[in-house]
Design a protein around this ligand. Structure first.
Ligand SMILES: Nc1ncnc2c1ncn2[C@@H]1O[C@H](COP(=O)(O)OP(=O)(O)O)[C@@H](O)[C@H]1O
Ligand SMILES: [Mg+2]
Length: 344
């Protein structure tokens, strides 16, 4: 029986148009690396932020968006995608930088973060020795205006809560942020792990500037059994793009449940799992992904101890999340792993 391959031909590294069965493993992995899935929460957040930017909400004083998600939920990718939409460009007398993205270091100090922002704004003051916080902060505010910046994006703001080796208190840091927001009139987009919400919650004046946080998840965790419809849509889209000879029917209800539990509803972990599954399938010359392949991929990529009922792709698996004490997605293990295995 002839089985028609489902994937459209794709331009590969070699520049040739190939069909899936002609791909090398490297071709397949490059294809997967370039995947960008606009899952519903991602698209909602993107619409919300771009609308705020277009309306000039920063200047009007409604100035904050908080993006929340566990490690591997796609926060950094979201911010980078947003910045790509608003690239810097040269105008007559200046470089215009509509969007400025800075990642908060794990040992945060006002000085260090200020220098990072200045570096992004192209100011040599970023590297000048012996400058005090006031001078650096004033320079940031002036430059954000000069560069006609509309949005300042700070990734991993939960690092404000780090205690080790800290110089400035959470309140010092959040007040400093408030000063920049107030003075420069930029829209501010913060990303954090769920616990990072405490950063603004501890500062009433800052909190007032933010609308409700946007959660970057594939599936709402409460009552997830009834909330798989959107996720199944995403799986269907992914399945259609996977470099396999046949579709794997990832969106079927049983399979979708297993994939949700395996990835904890995080895009990064889902892609990681599928990437490994594609490697295994390639070696086996399998025409599609199946339970056995995914079971192996889960063990290698997500949880080495995930065997029998603790592996979502095993026959013995009972439909429940793997978040009991000692299990891979238990809150304790996740925080011990600094938020999980999803980071790059
Ligand atoms: N929308 C997306 N579509 C496809 N892959 C994604 C998407 N968002 C993130 N990823 C992948 O997931 C991984 C983790 O994403 P990342 O943005 O670093 O998450 P976080 O910052 O929340 O820890 C990355 O390897 C990235 O390529
Ligand atoms: Mg990140």
């Amino acid at each position: 029986m002839f089985i028609a391959p489902h994937s459209p031909s794709t331009q590969t590294t070699s520049g040739r148009n190939l069909r899936p069965w002609q791909y090398t493993l490297q071709d397949k992995l490059i294809l997967l690396k370039e995947f960008r899935i606009g899952f519903p929460a991602f698209r909602n957040a993107m619409d919300e932020v771009t609308e705020m930017i277009e309306l000039g909400d920063g200047a009007l004083g409604f100035n904050g968006v908080f993006i929340i998600g566990e490690s591997g939920s796609g926060k950094t990718t979201f911010l980078e995608t947003l910045v790509e939409r608003y690239p810097s460009y040269e105008d007559e007398d200046r470089t215009v930088r509509p969007a400025v993205l800075v990642s908060i270091p794990s040992v945060p100090s006002i000085k260090f973060i200020a220098r990072r922002i200045l570096a992004k704004l192209g100011d040599p003051l970023a590297y000048a020795p012996r400058r005090d916080n006031d001078e650096l902060t004033k320079a940031i505010i002036t430059l954000l205006k000069e560069c006609r910046s509309q949005v300042l994006l700070l990734d991993e703001i939960n690092n404000f809560l780090q205690k080790k080796g800290r110089h400035d208190s959470v309140l010092d840091l959040s007040n400093w942020l408030k000063e920049i927001v107030d003075e420069s009139k930029v829209l501010i987009v913060l990303s954090a792990l769920p616990l990072g919400e405490a950063v603004i919650q501890g500062n009433e004046q800052l909190e007032r500037r933010f609308s409700a946080p946007l959660h970057l998840e594939l599936v709402k965790k409460t009552k997830w059994e009834n909330n798989l419809a959107d996720f199944r849509g995403v799986l269907k889209e992914i399945d259609g793009k996977l470099p396999t000879l046949r579709r794997s029917n990832l969106h079927e209800k049983d399979m979708a449940t297993r994939l949700f539990v395996a990835s904890d509803g995080r895009i990064g972990l889902l892609m990681k799992l599928l990437k490994r599954a594609i490697r295994i399938a390639h070696k086996k010359d399998a025409p599609q992904l199946d339970l056995a392949i995914l079971e192996g991929a889960f063990k290698v990529e997500i949880w080495g101890e995930g065997e029998g009922p603790l592996n979502p792709f095993n026959q013995q698996f009972v439909r429940r999340r793997l978040n009991r004490p000692g299990e891979i997605y238990s809150p304790k293990i996740q925080s011990a792993m600094k938020g999980g295995r999803g980071s790059k």
